[in-house]
Design a protein around this ligand. Sequence first.
Ligand code: G1P
Length: 295
Amino acid sequence: MPENIKIKKAIIAVAGFGTRFLPATKAQPKEMLPIVDKPVVQFIVEEVVRSGIENIIFVTGRGKHAIENHFDYSIELENALKKSGKRHIYEEIKKISDMANFVYTRQKEARGNGDALLVASHMVAGEPCAVLFGDDLVDSKKPVIKQLMDVYQKYGASVVALEKVSKKDVHKYGIVKAKKIGGRLYKIEGIVEKPEIGRAPSNLAVVGKYIITPDVFEILEKLKKMPSKWGGKELGITDALRELLKTRPIYGLEFEGTRYDCGSKIGFLKAIVDHALKHSEVKDEFKNYLKNKKI
Ligand code: G1P
């Protein structure tokens, strides 16, 4: 039976260390690295809010306070901006904290993204929800989470965001075996986490955006209690989705938009260049700079 319950909450997992960006991430969360002048995590939150979701649960870890501060009021700064007549920036800064209802919970140990979801499970109690990992930024007219929500509304089942990646990159992602059932829509038949090229069932990769039904949490709970399956290692969302497939359908949507993997240096750089080329304050000068640059 399709559930078709309205999606009201999103879990954003931001507990990862960001080792690929050391030393920049030694004392600040990787999610706070800016794309020109806006931290990556704000883009992710805006995607959720534009999708019509108002309740955001961050799964954080030690050293992630800057994220909480970013979405809180900053009274001294706001007062100073008001006093100095910088009304426009004041409004923009204030808006960040008023965008959504934020709650924070901490994953005490790095035990995988499935474990991170379990840390937040009591806050979604029995509801389907959106899940986003902090690295995948997508520039699109319709937010990717909204694109996935539309599929969920139709089928009442879990949905993953898909993108075709080059073969050399399949080892970085969850890769699906899937059957195309419409334009960009797939029915998932299998899923493997980070396979070697030879073992990948396709080049359709799961990017870090999902709608999950409540049974995913039940499965994660069970998997966690089965040390033989993942003992000492990490509990992944992919493990739970593979288990879910045994009893319920999962859909995949090749989303519309341009994705930047901001967890990698090259993806991050591409995001900065593309955003700078659209940024009202710097685009003209930056365009000129690039044009005149000898490479
Ligand atoms: C996670 C998922 C993986 C997915 C990826 C997308 O991996 O486990 O299936 O393809 O996010 O970003 P992670 O990058 O957290 O290792």
